[in-house]
Design a binder for this molecule. Structure first.
Ligand code: GN1
Ligand code: MG
Length: 345
C-alpha cells in the first residue's frame, strides 16, 4: 500500500490507513499522512474494475462533472480527484488494481437512514441542487461507464436469464421474491415507454452518498457535499429521485433482516418531493414532473431485481458479508416496494 500512496504524495510520514465506509463495490481507505510538515487526511480508493470496466472513462466523467460544477452557482463542495505526482488520475498497481485519491471532507458525517422530515428535505434539496447544476451539461459528453445501468428492461431480461441459470436451492429460497418481482414487471415497460429525456444523472443518490456538517442540527442538517460520482452518466431523472425515495423513506436500512422493521414513511416522502422540487421544479419537463411518483417504486423494484438476481446466481456482483446477505437485501426491497402501493397496469 505504501507504494501506492507514494504515487500520489511526497510525504514524510504515513500515520494511518484504515478501511472506511459501507460501499458495496469499491474499497475505500481513510489515509492520514504528514506532508509538507502538515497532518493531512485523504481518501484512497480501489476502483472495482470488474464493475467499472473502463476506469479511465469513469475518471473522465468525474472530471467533466467537477469542472462543470465549478462554473455553476453551486454551493456544495466538489469532489475533485487528486492527481498522481506525475499527473494521472488513476494508478494501476502491479496486480492490475486501479487506485485514486479524493479529498476527505473534515467535520462531516453521513446517515445510513433518515430520521426526520427535515433531514429528508435537506438531502433531497442537496441532490436536487446537484441535478440543477448539471442541467446545463450536455449529457452526451458523458460516457455510459456501466452500459444499461438503470435500463429497467435490460435488468428484467438479465433477471429472466438469472432465473434460468439459477442455483436451484437458492432459487427455491427466493421463490416468493422472484414471483413478486415478476408480478410487477410491467412497471419497467411503463417507465421505458415514457421516453424521458437523458440528463447528467448521479445514479447512486442513496442518502449515505451525502455528507452533512457534523456540527449542524441533526434534525435539520446542513449538506456539505454530494459524493460517489462513479456512476454519473446519461440517465433519467427518476434514477436520482427514485434512489433517494428508496433509501430515505424506509425506516430500516438496506441490510435489515427483520422485515417487520421495514416501513415506507409517507411524511418523509413528501419532504423529499418538496426538497427535490425546490431545486428542480422549474427545470423538469411536464413529463418528468408527472413521472416522479413512479420513481420510488421503479428504482426499488430494480434494486430488488439486482439483489435477488445476484443471490440466485451465487453473489457475483455485490460484496456480501454472509451467504444470505443478498437475499435479505432483496427481500427488504420487495417489502418496501409493496408498501409503496404501486398497482400494476
Ligand atoms: C452500489 O457502491 P455503492 O454501495 O455506493 C451500486 C448501486 C446500488 C447500491 C445499493 C456501481 O452502490 O447501484 O444502488 O450499491 N453501485 C453500482 O446499495 O452497482
Ligand atoms: Mg456507489
Amino acid at each position: 500500500m505504501e507504494a501506492i500512496v507514494q504515487q500520489f504524495f511526497d510525504y514524510q510520514q504515513l500515520v494511518s490507513l484504515v478501511l472506511f465506509g459501507t460501499g458495496h463495490i469499491n474499497d475505500t481507505y481513510r489515509l492520514e499522512i504528514v506532508a509538507d510538515g502538515q497532518p493531512q487526511t485523504w481518501l484512497l480508493q480501489r476502483l472495482n474494475h470488474h464493475v467499472f470496466r473502463q476506469p479511465e472513462a469513469v475518471m473522465q466523467n468525474i472530471q467533466l462533472v467537477a469542472q462543470h460544477l465549478e462554473k455553476q452557482p453551486y454551493e456544495l463542495k466538489i469532489l475533485n480527484p487528486r492527481l498522481t505526482l506525475d499527473g494521472r488520475w488513476l494508478h494501476c498497481d502491479p496486480s492490475g488494481n486501479y487506485w485514486r485519491v479524493f479529498p476527505f471532507f473534515d467535520k462531516t458525517t453521513s446517515y445510513e437512514q433518515v430520521e426526520t422530515p427535515g433531514q429528508a428535505h435537506a438531502a433531497a434539496k442537496a441532490f436536487g441542487a446537484f441535478a440543477r447544476a448539471l442541467d446545463s451539461l450536455d449529457a452526451s459528453q458523458l460516457q455510459a461507464t456501466i452500459p444499461d445501468f438503470h435500463n429497467g428492461l435490460w435488468r428484467l431480461e438479465q433477471f429472466h436469464q438469472a432465473v434460468q441459470n439459477a442455483i436451484p436451492e437458492r432459487l427455491a429460497e427466493a421463490r416468493a421474491e422472484v414471483d413478486a418481482i415478476l408480478e410487477y414487471q410491467s412497471l419497467f415497460h411503463q417507465v421505458a415507454d415514457l421516453n424521458l429525456p437523458l440528463r447528467a444523472i448521479h445514479h447512486d443518490t442513496k442518502v449515505n452518498n451525502l455528507l452533512f456538517a457534523a456540527t449542524s442540527d441533526k434534525a435539520n442538517p446542513t449538506p456539505v457535499a454530494v459524493i460517489d460520482l462513479d456512476t454519473v452518466m446519461p440517465g433519467i431523472v427518476l434514477s436520482d429521485f427514485g434512489d433517494l425515495v428508496r433509501t430515505a423513506t424506509s425506516l430500516a436500512n438496506e441490510d435489515e433482516a427483520d422485515l417487520t422493521k421495514i416501513h415506507f414513511r409517507q411524511p418523509i416522502y413528501e419532504a423529499l418531493l418538496e426538497g427535490f422540487l425546490s431545486e428542480m421544479g422549474e427545470i423538469l419537463t411536464p413529463a418528468e414532473r408527472n413521472a416522479l411518483p413512479l420513481a420510488g417504486p421503479w428504482l426499488t423494484l430494480m434494486q430488488a431485481v439486482r439483489f435477488i438476481g445476484d443471490y440466485i446466481v451465487g453473489d457475483v456482483y455485490y460484496k456480501v458479508k454472509y451467504p444470505q446477505h443478498n437475499l435479505v437485501r432483496g427481500r427488504g426491497q420487495v417489502v418496501l416496494f409493496q408498501q409503496m402501493g404501486f398497482l400494476p397496469s
